[in-house]
Design a protein around this ligand. Sequence first.
Ligand SMILES: Cc1ncc(COP(=O)(O)O)c(C=O)c1O
Length: 393
Amino acid sequence: MIKKMKYDFDRITDRRGTSSLKWDVSDNELPMWVADMDFPTAPDIISALKDRVTHGVFGYNVLPEEWAPSIVRWWKDRHGFEMEADRLCFCTGVVPAISCLVKRYTNHGDRVVVMTPAYDIFYHSIENAGRQVYESPLGYDGKKYEIDFADLEEKLSHPQSTLLILCNPHNPTGNIWTAEQLAAVGEMCSNNGVTVISDEIHCDLTDPGYGYTPFASVSDTCANISVTCISASKAFNIAGLQSAAVYSRNKKLFEIAVRGLNSDELAEPNTFAAIATATAFGKCGDWLDELRGYLTENKRYAEEYIRCYIPEVHCVMSHATYLLWLDVTKITEDSDELASYIRNATGLYLSSGGQYRGNGKSFLRMNVACPRSVLERGLELLRRGIGSYGDAL
Ligand SMILES: Cc1ncc(COP(=O)(O)O)c(C=O)c1O
């Protein structure tokens, strides 16, 4: 029996003219780049926000009582990990948290290890603070990525390496790191006196049937050396509300984080941020589960389309995020140029891979969190762009 969907992810919502970063593009362009979704958020979140708007007074806020318990319950029920409610600190975003924490946990000139290719803003957080990015490239066999533990050990053991920024699940490759891999990373960091910031913002966007393992849940070692950044923003499409949380079981690391976030004025919620988060984690599990099913079907549809009609492109298989990481090695060594060509020739706006560093110069990133009909159009444009690229050279 086919299960009836309660939510309509096929419906197109026009985002033009809404000051959307993604959609602030020319009329002929189709943006499939930055990581937000073209779906309205869950109805319960919209209704909680409407109620708050109707109240009409928007003075200074404190965190609502249900904020921390909603997060604790969600992680316990969904991810089998019990966080202490008093070890959660509100922050206005994961990137603001990381930018602040890099400055608090490292000294000027230190090396911050990142497994690459990785979310490009990590590099800004590190370099803007006067620290050095120390890349540990993930191993790539032409099909999938793996941690190169020998390289990672070497990088972590450098005397100037004091911090690792881990992305779990990993953007842009979509890897969900296993408990064994995380435990090994934790041991290596601990042995080398390296603190870990685990960015788990994509953790609720796994395919149905696939879970993720919180880094801090793996072992006492991992819990003691780490700070975790979490948020409802990716999974519930509320990035514009600027809401995240920082967690650490390690009292000292947590207190340094709380002091840093407060003195950088990043720890106070706007009127809507915490309400949306508490409603998402408190009431919107069924919406998320339908969304995950829809996104997975979009990913499988796109992979199949690419296999059939654009065989020179290889789609790296993953079970997390709504981002396709497309290997264009057979077409170019400069995916920045290819992305610009596709955008100019067809209007399809993808992220070029170079900004993610590592071997990203041979990749494009495509965001498939949109109604199926939009995805179909995007794939057709991709096919046209790749097809004519050779002739245009
Ligand atoms: C890995 C990762 N971390 C953080 C962010 C952004 O977090 P925020 O909007 O909470 O600053 C993104 C957005 O794409 C991301 O992919």
